[in-house]
Ligand binder design. Structure first.
Ligand SMILES: [Zn+2]
Length: 242
């Protein structure tokens, strides 16, 4: 049974709360999105923003632990979100993944409703595969069985689009999942706008290899995180966090 090796992990929980607020401030979180991180000391535990916590006002206290083996919320307090099954199944299927964001961004969802595959069309989307996999079902992922279907559809990809619903973004750190989530939606917006004018040109082959290498550099990930942190800070979106 998974246990908490060094509760309460205030700093790590605060980073997740900060990240939720920053993604929300960037317009990509909406009311029901979530960010989950694998416990740095216990790979069988994840931390996720609670179901009821407001995405613009949450704090470290609203980031709750879940046992990845049983799916149960560890300890007392607010429950995990109804779509916690996405995170549990993906963390269990992908030991390489340390952070996951599930959210419902406008352009990614609009492209999926129109039957368009999400492609890398701008270097900010350089971490995407040439064709992003899609889960062809618009309903909530609110059971363990549906969580398993998401993990299967994702496979080894970094991102899964959920048709008419949202996106699942995986990463190797909390900072990286913020960069990927916001950049994924930026890329989708470029693809959407380009589609209104003509046929979008997809970044592929060697060009995509170079784009992926450049966008995934730690210094670039850090720069994106800092940019969004400063924007959120200046707008007062991080007040009362710590
Ligand atoms: Zn959802």
């Amino acid at each position: 049974m998974a246990t908490l090796s060094s509760a309460p992990k205030v700093q790590y929980r605060s980073l997740i709360a900060r990240t939720v607020r920053m993604i929300n401030h960037a317009g990509v979180m909406h009311a029901s999105g979530h960010v989950a991180g694998r416990d740095p000391d216990d790979p069988n535990v994840m931390w996720i923003n609670s179901r009821k916590a407001g995405r613009s006002t949450l704090t470290a206290e609203d980031i709750v632990p879940v046992n990845l083996r049983t799916g149960e919320r560890i300890g007392e307090g607010d429950e995990a979100p109804s779509e916690v099954h996405i995170h549990r199944a993906v963390f269990n299927a992908r030991p390489d993944v340390q952070a996951i964001c599930h959210t419902h961004p406008d352009y990614i969802v609009a492209l999926s409703i129109a039957g368009k595959t999400l492609h890398p069309v701008h270097p900010v989307g350089g971490f995407l595969p040439e064709s992003t996999p899609i889960f062809d079902d618009a309903n909530l992922i609110n059971t363990p069985a549906r969580g398993e279907l998401i993990a299967q559809a994702l496979g080894k990809a970094p991102v899964l689009v959920l048709r008419g619903h949202g996106v699942v973004v995986t990463a190797s750190s909390i900072e990286e999942v913020l960069m990927r989530t916001i950049s994924c939606e930026d890329n989708a917006r470029f693809q959407y706008i380009a589609s209104a004018i003509g046929e979008p040109k997809i970044i592929c082959g060697e060009e995509l290899v170079i784009a992926a290498r450049d966008i995934m550099k730690p210094v670039v990930v850090r720069k994106h995180f800092q940019y969004h942190e400063e924007n959120a800070e200046r707008a007062g979106a991080l007040s009362g966090l710590d």
